[in-house]
Write a protein that binds this ligand. Structure first.
Ligand code: PRP
Ligand code: GUN
Ligand code: MG
Length: 166
């Protein structure tokens, strides 16, 4: 992966993600328009887990997805939308809540924002470079941190400390 290596790792468990997504939902309740959020749009795939938790907390039943494909610099430099949400529901984004797990460079959100300029964009985690692209987030980590999500990890055996140097 061309964005690696990173200096630091930030490991997120399912429990931590659940707590942080809930905290984001509560914050989004205060940011809702008077008529409430019309729909949630999850940015696949990482946005789907937090979007499920947030739509449950805020009792939003209309949930759609947007899929953005990022290419590496050798092929195509800009991410592009390969699946759009229902245009009759999302319109220009007014009253729409867009959810992703994190913002890093902000390139994914740049494309998504162009498609729905009036939407409210929220991520659970944010890095400084992408932070201007989000309206709400919970936790900021430094740009040289790689965030590890529970769906990318597995429990593993580790050697006992005693005798680990042989
Ligand atoms: O701010 P950016 O630099 O654009 O990066 C952030 C995006 O990168 C990751 O998704 P990825 O494209 O790896 O796909 P995935 O969600 O399907 O894992 C993450 O889930 C964000 O959507
Ligand atoms: N899992 C994960 N995906 C990313 N995509 C861009 N930045 C990150 C990150 O820090 N962690
Ligand atoms: Mg993603």
């Amino acid at each position: 992966m061309d964005r690696l290596p990173h200096e630091k790792g930030f490991h997120v468990s399912w429990d931590q993600l659940h707590r942080d997504a809930r905290a984001l939902a509560w914050r989004l309740q205060d940011a809702a328009p008077a008529s409430g959020w019309k729909a949630v749009v999850a940015i696949t795939r990482g946005g789907m887990a937090p979007a499920m938790i947030i739509s449950r907390e805020l009792d939003i039943r209309t949930v759609d997805t947007i899929s953005v494909k990022s290419y590496n610099h050798q092929e195509q430099s800009e991410p592009r939308i390969i699946k759009s949400p229902d245009a009759t529901v999302v319109g220009d984004g007014e009253g729409i809540l867009i959810i992703d797990d994190l913002v890093d460079t902000g390139k994914t959100l740049e494309v998504v924002r162009k498609a729905m300029p009036k939407a409210h964009v929220a991520t659970v985690y944010a890095k400084p470079q992408g932070r201007p692209m989000v309206d709400s987030f919970i936790t900021e980590v430094s740009q040289d941190t790689w965030i590890f999500f529970p769906w990318d990890m597995a429990l593993q055996y580790v050697k006992p400390f005693h005798g680990s140097d042989d």
